[in-house]
Design a protein around this ligand. Structure first.
Ligand SMILES: Nc1nc2c(c(=O)[nH]1)N[C@H]1C(S)=C(S)[C@@H](COP(=O)(O)O)O[C@H]1N2
Ligand SMILES: [Mo]
Length: 247
């Protein structure tokens, strides 16, 4: 497995102090890349601790009402860029009729949602930039239900610490509650004016969170758990990517 050195996303998104902190994560990643996979476990453990400190610092600096930049339709990246831990030929094909979005954990009404039920909720449409940790970004228009609205609808304990997501392809990640409640965070089901997400971009439902890096935007969602118990994510576990991953 090759270890990638963390590179800041290309666009000069105005991130102020948050960017400074991300570069601390970068230093840790650069250190990591100098280590053999078999290298001293204590180094790995120490670096993981640095990354968790970085999470705490980013959480403290996170401004719940500071909006990610919005773009014009003329700025859309066409065609949009695909990324996953597998190639585009292996994108899961999901049967929307059988698909359900399972809600569990610290919520008053756990249960399963159909795509139609989600699409019947008051939608938000925004053109934002998705920035991948690998150093590219792309601008797209996403439509979906704001996550704060959905969390209130299901009676989620918004005092809980985390919202964790599972996906049809085995991908998973989690986010902090403040970011989950951010006005631009949405469960997206539409893309670039179409009512449905294209297969490769996460059909039928994905998290769209423009205040975080691309890997915090899970596609092909199957479930969501509100919890006080920390759980990490696919790339966070595999590559040691910083969990908060704020922009
Ligand atoms: N289910 C799932 N979601 C995922 C991934 C994945 O492999 N599987 N990759 C993540 C990464 S690293 C990025 S950059 C974005 C890419 O989204 P896009 O294909 O819409 O550009 O999806 C994220 N969400
Ligand atoms: Mo990514």
């Amino acid at each position: 497995m090759s270890r990638k050195i963390w590179t800041p996303p290309t666009p000069a998104i105005d991130t102020g102090r948050r960017r400074l902190l991300l570069s601390l994560g970068g230093a840790a990643a650069a250190l990591l890349s100098g280590c053999e996979p078999s290298a001293d476990d204590t180094v790995q453990t120490a670096l993981k601790r640095v990354s968790r400190l970085n999470d705490a610092a980013q959480a403290a600096l996170f401004r719940p009402q500071t909006l990610a930049p919005l773009f014009k339709r003329s700025e859309l990246t066409l065609p949009f860029r695909f990324n996953a831990f597998y190639s585009e030929a292996s994108v899961p094909e999901i049967d929307a009729d059988r698909w359900r979005f399972k809600v569990e954990g610290l919520v008053r009404t756990p249960g399963e949602w159909t795509l139609k039920q989600l699409q019947a909720l008051p939608p938000l449409t925004e053109i934002t930039r998705l920035a991948c940790i690998e150093g590219w970004s792309a601008i797209g228009e996403w439509t979906g239900v704001p996550l704060h609205h959905f969390l209130h609808l299901i009676g989620a304990d918004t005092g809980a610490k985390y919202v964790a997501f599972t996906c049809a392809d085995g991908y998973y990640t989690s986010i902090d509650m403040a970011s989950a409640l951010h006005p631009q965070t949405m469960l997206a089901f539409g893309f670039n004016g179409a009512n449905d997400l294209p297969d490769e971009f996460g059909f039928p439902l994905r998290l769209r969170i423009p205040t975080k890096l691309g890997f915090k935007n899970p596609k092909h969602l199957t479930g969501m758990r509100v919890s006080n118990q920390f759980s990490s994510g696919y790339w966070e576990d595999l590559q040691g990517y910083n969990w908060f991953a704020g922009l």
